[in-house]
Design a protein around this ligand. Sequence first.
Ligand code: GUN
Ligand code: ZN
Length: 443
Amino acid sequence: MTDKLLRGRLLTFHRAPQNGDDTGAYTYLEDAGLLIRDGMIEDTGPFETIRAKARNVAVTDHRPHLMMAGFIDTHIHFPQVQVIASWGSQLLDWLNNYTFPEETRYASEEHCQLMAQAFYDQLIAHGTTSAVAFCSVHKASADAFFAEATRRNMRMLGGKVLMDRNAPDALRDTPRSGYDDTKTLISDWHGKGRNGYVISPRFAITSTPEQMEMAQALAAEHPGCHIQTHLSENKAEIAYTKELYPQARDYLDVYQSYGLLRDNSLLGHAIHLEPREIDVLAESGAHPVFCPTSNLFLGSGLFDHGGLSARGITNGIATDVGAGTSYSMLQTLNEGYKVLQLQGQSLHPLQAFHWATRGNACVLGLDDKIGTLAPGSEADVVVLNSSATTAMALRMDRAESLAEELFVLQIMGDDRAIDEVYLNGTAQKADTVTRPARVATLA
Ligand code: GUN
Ligand code: ZN
């Protein structure tokens, strides 16, 4: 039995805050103890109370910083760590000109392993302790993704993309090979340690109806696996989808007709929706995922968080690196705030921090395991420094409430505000995060 006692300010959510005054939605302690036993949260409370129950346990003092559950990113692309910040195009050209050529490099096992290390280093540096990721079409990319997550003891979800058309030859599987590789990956990784497999038809444009049928079979055979894809991100994408699936009533109907909508389905973007699609989302329990930095970067459009929420739909929020422009969930909340401002909607910092932690955990159906600091949860913790830069410290001098502090973190914070990260109870920044090996030689 290994025990660890963390001391610092502590914030954890019990439910989604209705508004900025909803103090019953969370617990905030000025001087808290967080007792970790064998990688799990054993107890939290006022420091002296927890200390009295754990007299011989070494204390790590994080005061004056703020301990929260680690951030959860519900949509990110592992093979796009070297695509981020590629200039000048909207979705379909961006895929063809930058993303697909880059993903062909993941045919190499060695490249997958090197990039998996770089990917997890970035997540951890930015305070993200769990994520849902698309791998490339290559089985080796998913093997490397899960092997590295296992090595780091990180709760990760992901899957190899299914794509058998409208992509370079080197990036196409077949309905049969995509099915077989996915079956093997599920059997090798799903439910092993902290890993979860996600059935991942990339999007309607890159799958034939035959492949969609195979995805349907996989989904029916594995109800415990999540499903992820992309939906209605861009108007040209929607028009092309309707050409490719002329019988579909709308874009979502492609996924609906192949049985891919259920309460563990994640639909990236979901920006340009028709009324019928919103009805179906509400009935199916599937979750749209808001990707603000990506939606702005590719000029895709404004996600209607308020409208969908009013229909009882629960949205995730995510970076979508490499169309997304930052690994930071703080920067994602920053841009999310602005996207909602453009639509006359508001995102209070308490709601924002709930969303990036417990909210996303609820979207994944994993809130009993991650997303809060409740006893019994896995000890994935982020320690935030709201005065990490001089500019933040200047602003913090004038902050008078927890909400104000959170808003400073939301708007000005990034990896510099991440003071420490615990994965399953093990500190990451203190000594174990390595700089990625130099991966390219610049001419
Ligand atoms: N739609 C299909 N593939 C992708 C992708 O890699 N990124 C984004 N943003 N949209 C997609
Ligand atoms: Zn995406």
